[in-house]
Design a protein around this ligand. Structure first.
Ligand code: SF4
Length: 336
């Protein structure tokens, strides 16, 4: 398939320390197998060459419709999935090809919070055991100190210590996500990947969990890769935003720039569909036609050409590369 560089520039790091996470030309292609012999007949191009970085204490929001590959980016960056190509660096150390054993010390540095707080918690373990588990796995402290650390984590995420003996079903959705956050924080990670961490929660609870994550970030300088389809949530929490479409980053900018001046037709359409809290502001609606095409057989040229109102001949043969439009605002479109 046509090669396209989908490079979002690395953010500048004032202290010249390496980014907490640096992903370069990352690809994840899943084989499609068929028949009794399970022959590979094609590939799902879930992630097709993405580059970005996240610095200490920063949040990069990764947005796009479902099926655009954003969750696969998060899981591959954490080495929960093996990358097909590209490199992953954690605080300057290349972890792309480390074995399971070699990766172990780096696992402590990166944690994930999942979308569904219920199914991601073991129903047979108490909340205290769930939060304490990573401390056991990484052999940190003794029984007494682990207990103290767990109590402190419960305090930190706004849960009562008395709730440590309760089981996940005894908590509300928002409280369960707090347990997930406490578990993620147990090892003092440098990076947390939030894979749609508030999508399953009511709006009022979403705000509480997001505010908690922001407070914890300020306190601990943890970096977030925040994956979401809800633009309002991304706007609230992110410093930088990368917009993904069919396995590629199509636009990248700091939050203010992206929301004020979206350049890619896909970003424009996503923003125009998002509700505005101020009723006096009117925005022209640009309705996206159709669904995201299959990543097994993505369109030639620009992946967005089947839905783009501006598509012209060139868009069907040549994949646009990300161009810098100034101040690190990059966009992959022939016309912008
Ligand atoms: Fe639309 Fe062409 Fe730009 Fe792609 S390159 S977003 S099809 S105008």
């Amino acid at each position: 398939m046509a090669e396209a560089k989908t490079t979002a520039p690395a953010q500048t790091n004032p202290a010249a320390e390496p980014p907490v996470l640096e992903v370069t030309d990352l690809k994840k292609h899943f084989p499609v197998q068929s028949g009794v012999l399970r022959r590979t007949i094609g590939h799902v191009y879930a992630v097709d060459g993405v580059t970005f970085s996240v610095g200490r204490g920063e949040t990069l929001g990764l947005v796009g419709e479902s099926g655009c590959g954003k969750s696969t980016v998060g899981r591959t960056a954490m080495r929960l999935l093996e990358p097909t190509a590209g490199s992953i660096k954690l605080s300057g150390v290349d972890v792309t090809h480390l074995s399971k054993e070699e990766l172990r010390p780096y696992r402590r540095q990166m944690q994930i919070i999942f979308q569904d707080p219920f199914s991601s918690l073991n129903p047979r373990m108490t909340a205290g055991e769930i939060v304490k588990e990573p401390l056991y796995i990484h052999n940190i402290g003794d029984n007494a100190s682990r207990q103290e650390m767990t109590k402190a984590l419960f305090d930190r995420v706004g849960l009562r210590q008395a709730q440590m003996n309760n089981y996940p079903h005894q908590f509300s959705g928002g409280q369960r996500q707090r347990i997930g956050i406490a578990r993620a924080l147990a090892l003092n990670p440098h990076l947390i990947v939030g894979d749609e961490p508030v999508s399953a929660l009511d709006v009022s609870i979403q705000a509480q969990v997001i505010n908690l994550m922001m407070d914890l970030q300020e306190e601990m300088e943890v970096a977030y890769l925040f994956i979401a389809h809800d633009l309002a949530v991304v706007e609230h929490i992110s410093d930088y935003v990368a917009v993904m479409y069919l396995g590629r980053i199509v636009e990248y900018a700091d939050k203010k720039t992206l929301f004020r001046n979206p350049l890619h037709p896909y970003t424009e359409a996503l923003l125009s569909a998002a509700p505005i809290p101020d009723p006096t502001i009117r925005r022209e609606k640009k309705i996206l036609q159709g669904d995201v095409p299959s990543p097994v057989n993505p369109p030639k040229g620009c992946h967005f050409n089947t839905r783009c109102p501006y598509a012209e001949e060139r868009c069907f043969v040549e994949a646009p590369i990300l161009k810098d439009k100034g101040d690190g605002h990059t966009v992959a479109c022939h016309l912008r």
